[in-house]
Design a protein around this ligand. Structure first.
Ligand SMILES: Cc1ncc(COP(=O)(O)O)c(C=O)c1O
Length: 412
């Protein structure tokens, strides 16, 4: 028995399913989750002495790779000064100013401790601004722990937040008509539309030309708040995220753990008028003792300010991402390879994939065989073909080649 197998057997007695996030479960792959001991640059090391090239990258948060010296130094310095204060600190301000500087639509930002919390709070703000209750989300887009069921039954999760199923409305990604129909049926009742501008959990599915622009127009016409969930895309697709990349300004934006360089953190932002709905200025009471945690803020500031000083980073990520996708397309002509910049996906379906319904036609058995082969050959990925294959600033062309070589061996 390997050490990972021993630990997992024990973990399953104390932690539901042995995992603290169902996305980490290997249950459907017939594999045992590898217990990670250490992560550095583009590599993770497990407790059995195996080294993997990591394409999970802390769910995308490790934009510069694991444990970059600048971030490590900032964290160690911050830790010297205490772990959390429940009081104001300059690091919160530094990071907030940087986010506002980088993201076109954001004038003010509130730091929280997780993405789920950021979304919950942003929705409360949107409801307060509009005086309305209902939400539209897109089937297959993930927005935290409200999505109880991935892919199917999306509204069931959101209903937790909405109070009733009728308040959670589900549209199809890349289908503006499906959104128009919901607006028509619920005239004057939609507080917010929330979307991943680049859908990243049904494989990577790009918005079709004009889809985001038309959604923007529709929301403005209906005086509805448009929320971009930029957990995956924020600071990753471009410094200003997907809204800069696609040239569409949402009313509110959600940021993920990338703002803490992987430490527990999230944030949401928007215009001053919207954000001043929050207490102590406005009526929406949003609190958490760890909001703006000084260690997470220091880590996030170090990572993002370091990115600012690397003007070629996005070109490098795009070049390596393109190499990965071109290689996969050559190897798997019968599959759908998606992606932009440093996020990619391989779906075992010929496609085309425009939404989660298309994505779900993919062959799970084939993915399971591919995943196992890759894992056993030193490639660490999320145990689902719907999750992104991430690259970081620490990945090299050779890392990408090794990914492709392992993929070629799978076919052989
Ligand atoms: C787009 C998006 N939104 C929300 C979440 C949920 O984040 P968390 O589970 O950290 O609260 C994720 C995480 O995968 C995500 O990718």
């Amino acid at each position: 028995m390997t050490r990972s197998e021993q630990l997992f057997e024990e973990a399953a007695r104390y932690i539901p399913g042995g995992v603290n996030n169902p996305l980490r479960s290997f249950a459907e792959t017939g594999q045992t989750p590898r217990f990670i001991r250490r992560a550095d640059e583009s590599r993770v090391y497990d407790v059995d002495g195996h080294v993997y090239i990591d394409f999970v990258c802390s769910g995308g948060a490790a934009l510069l790779g694991h444990n970059p010296p600048l971030v490590r130094k900032a964290v160690l310095e911050a830790v010297q000064n205490g772990l959390n204060y429940e009081a104001c600190a300059e690091t919160e301000l530094k990071l907030a100013k940087l986010i506002v500087q980088l993201v076109p639509s954001v004038q003010m930002v509130r730091m929280v401790s997780s993405v789920t919390e950021a979304i919950l709070s942003a929705v409360c703000v949107a409801r307060s601004v509009t005086g309305r209750k209902r939400l539209i989300k897109f089937s297959g887009c993930r927005h935290g722990s409200f999505d109880a069921v991935e892919g199917e039954g999306d509204s069931s999760g959101f209903s937790l937040l909405c109070g009733s199923d009728q308040d959670a409305l589900v549209a199809q990604y890349n289908d503006l008509n499906s959104v128009e129909r919901l607006f028509e049926k619920n005239k004057g009742q939609i507080a917010a539309v929330i979307i991943e501008p680049l859908a990243a959990h049904m494989g990577i599915v790009e918005p079709e030309p004009e889809f985001l622009q038309d959604l923007r127009k529709l929301c403005s016409q209906n005086k509805t708040i448009l929320i971009f969930d930029e957990t995956v895309t924020g600071f990753r697709l471009a410094l200003g995220g997907a809204q800069e990349y696609y040239g569409v300004k949402p009313d509110m934006t959600i940021f993920g753990e990338i703002i803490g360089a992987g430490l527990p953190a999230g944030a949401f932002g928007g215009s001053r008028a919207i954000m001043e709905q929050l207490a102590p200025v406005g009526p929406v009471y949003q609190t958490d003792a760890c909001n703006g945690n000084p260690v997470a803020m220091a880590a996030g500031f170090a990572q993002l300010s370091s990115v600012l000083n690397q003007p070629l980073l996005y070109e490098k990520l795009a070049r390596e991402g393109e190499k990965l996708r071109a290689g996969l397309r050559g190897l798997f002509p019968q599959c759908t390879v998606g992606g932009v910049g440093s996020v990619s996906s391989l779906l075992f379906t010929p496609g085309p994939v425009k939404n989660d319904k298309d994505a779900r036609s993919s062959d799970k058995g084939e993915f399971v065989r591919y995943f196992s082969h890759m894992l056993e050959n030193g490639i660490f990925m999320m145990p689902s073909q719907f999750e992104p294959i991430f690259l970081s600033g620490a990945h090299t062309e050779r890392d990408v080649e090794m990914f492709l070589e392992a993929s070629a061996e799978f076919l052989a």
